[in-house]
Ligand binder design. Sequence first.
Ligand code: CU
Length: 150
Amino acid sequence: MRTYFARIPQTLIMCIMMMLISCLFAVCSGSAASAKKAQTECNIHEGACSLQLTGRTVALEISPRPVRAMADLTFRVTVSGPPLSGTPHIDLGMPGMEMGPNRVNMEKTGENTYTGNGVIVRCPSGKTTWRAAVTVPETGTAAFVFDVVY
Ligand SMILES: [Cu+2]
């Protein structure tokens, strides 16, 4: 009995510490996410999808449409506002799944427009939901979640 009661405060302290640590992590990741990341679900088959991020509008258009897996795709990113110091890039992945690196490098093809080519692979799980994370210099990452056609 004695040892049982002696263990309670220790367990409580451990619990409180774990709660504090997880709260700290939540606050840290929460503030980082709101400052430089934005995500939206969109229908990429209908045309360009856009997001507001750090005072700019980031738009993504993929062609040809409908957007299919295992096909050569052209990714076009348009960023409003003053000129960027560098070129955006896109990381293709699946929400909640590790699919390996798949980056689309882009080049400037217009005033505010950047273009690159890439392939969305077919997921062995059969799931069709992909995410294109567009990283824009000095702006952050705009992530677009959409379904592709297999
Ligand atoms: Cu997958």
